[in-house]
Design a protein around this ligand. Structure first.
Ligand code: ADP
Ligand code: ADP
Length: 228
């Protein structure tokens, strides 16, 4: 599903590469944690998958896409195959919960009838029934992240990238959010979650990819956070 082969990323402004000769694969349907200290290359990996940056060398595949060879006109199709969730939620503050999710469908030209059917379904799926007409600033952090997840999965992406999705949440809410991600994963979406949350990684026992200094230093099938 996702494959990196000898990927090196050297930012022009930087003296050392952000990713060094990185090779690994993530299979369809996996749930993988991406751990490692700040600056180890996790966000760079996400940016390369989204083709927001180009690797200096090496090859990247995602689903049917040979990402580093992709033509500019095919980049929107790649990005539609990837849902993204962030630590800071990134909701549209002037839109309601339902409008935030609907917007993700409007921008790709889905008909209004589809939007009216799908938005309530996905809001129920993430546990936001009854909150359709709330504004983001009326929600708790956990609810905001549920909206962000609903928006990210409503187009049924191949992959969901979650960049520290529990970084702003208390431990109990974090567990609830990871439960939602786990359910999304169990319905077939590959999930990659960058995190510093050792409790979550230890509780889930899923794939652990540990980056350090742009290199893969650990790749465990049912890993723990480790001693680091
Ligand atoms: P992480 O997400 O694990 O914190 P990053 O991928 O953000 O790591 O960063 C990896 C390395 O690349 C760091 O040394 C960082 O300073 C550098 N870096 C990230 N983005 C840029 C950029 N746009 N220009 C130059 N250097 C960058
Ligand atoms: P389950 O199999 O968990 O009962 P359903 O297949 O009945 O779930 O799905 C309920 C609704 O939730 C779907 O119609 C869809 O709108 C939404 N949904 C669930 N999972 C996803 C997903 N991964 N991507 C997009 N929408 C989803």
């Amino acid at each position: 599903m996702i494959k990196l082969e000898n990927v090196t990323m050297q930012y022009k402004a930087s003296s050392r590469p952000a990713l060094k000769d990185l090779s690994f694969e993530i299979d369809k349907g996996e749930f993988a944690f991406l751990i490692g200290p700040s600056g180890s290359g996790k966000s760079t990996f996400f940016r390369l998958l989204l083709k927001e940056d180009r690797p200096t060398s090496g090859d990247i595949w995602l689903g049917e896409f040979h990402v580093n060879k992709l033509k500019a006109r095919e980049v929107p199709k790649l990005r539609q195959s990837i849902g993204c969730v962030f630590q800071d939620f990134r909701l549209l503050q002037k839109k309601t919960v339902a409008e935030n999710v609907a917007f993700a469908l409007e921008v790709i030209g889905r008909p209004r009838s589809t939007i009216q059917r799908v938005v309530p379904e996905v809001l129920e799926y993430v546990g936001l029934e009854g909150k359709h007409d709330r504004m983001p600033n009326e929600l708790s952090g956990g609810e905001m992240q549920r909206v962000a997840i609903a928006r990210a999965i409503v187009n049924r992406p191949l992959v969901l990238l979650a960049d520290e999705p529990t970084g702003n949440l208390d431990p109990e809410t974090s567990e609830e959010i990871v439960d939602v991600l786990d359910r999304v994963n169990r319905r077939g979406t590959t999930v990659i979650m960058a995190t510093h949350d050792r409790h979550i990684v230890d509780a889930m026992r899923r794939r652990v990819l540990e980056f350090d200094n742009g290199q893969l230093v650990r790749n465990d099938q049912q890993g723990v956070y480790g001693i680091g």
